[in-house]
Design a protein around this ligand. Structure first.
Ligand code: ATP
Length: 146
């Protein structure tokens, strides 16, 4: 029986990751799921945040936002608006994005759409900061970006 499958993460700009993996655990809009080899096909939108995949018994993490997972028996394809490996995350940029989002959220009588956008920007920034800080420490898993 197959023990591995392909994981590909693609954004409009680039191929972020193409690896042979043992599992993928991510948070979809309907909750967390783990894809294993020969998984039944399904398609889901992903929450903003980090998700994990296992390679040679070790869990690695990647940040995605605006993502969809297309799960099939031999492949998990993630199509995302943005995705970064931990080492690609610019911490200073994420901090500035967090500060901007927090300043927008602090202003009263925001238009609802601005509020939603600022909240999403804050979620991206916090998830990037968290992944940058903890992804490489043993035992610390960046959870769902919140
Ligand atoms: P910013 O306001 O700093 O642009 P953002 O959350 O609005 O942050 P996105 O729209 O999610 O940015 O991403 C736009 C592009 O910039 C993507 O290619 C994404 O990978 C990249 N990017 C955004 N923030 C960072 C970061 N902190 N480190 C590395 N790449 C980033």
């Amino acid at each position: 029986m197959a023990r591995t499958f392909a994981l590909e993460i693609v954004t409009p700009d680039r191929l972020v990751l193409a690896k042979t993996v043992e599992s993928v655990t991510a948070t979809g809009v309907a909750g967390e799921f783990t894809a294993l080899p020969l998984h039944v096909p399904f398609l889901t939108a992903l929450s903003i945040g980090s998700f994990g995949y296992r390679v040679a018994g070790k869990t690695e993490y990647v940040f995605v936002s605006g993502g969809f997972a297309d799960v099939s028996p031999e492949k998990v394809l993630i199509l995302a608006e943005a995705a970064e490996l931990p080492e690609e995350i610019d911490l200073d940029r994420a901090r500035k994005a967090r500060d901007r989002a927090e300043a927008r959220l602090a202003v009263e009588r925001q238009e609802a759409v601005d509020y939603t956008r600022a909240k999403a920007a804050l979620q991206r920034a916090m998830a990037r900061m968290k992944l940058h800080q903890v992804a490489r420490l043993p035992g610390s898993a960046p959870s769902g970006g919140r």
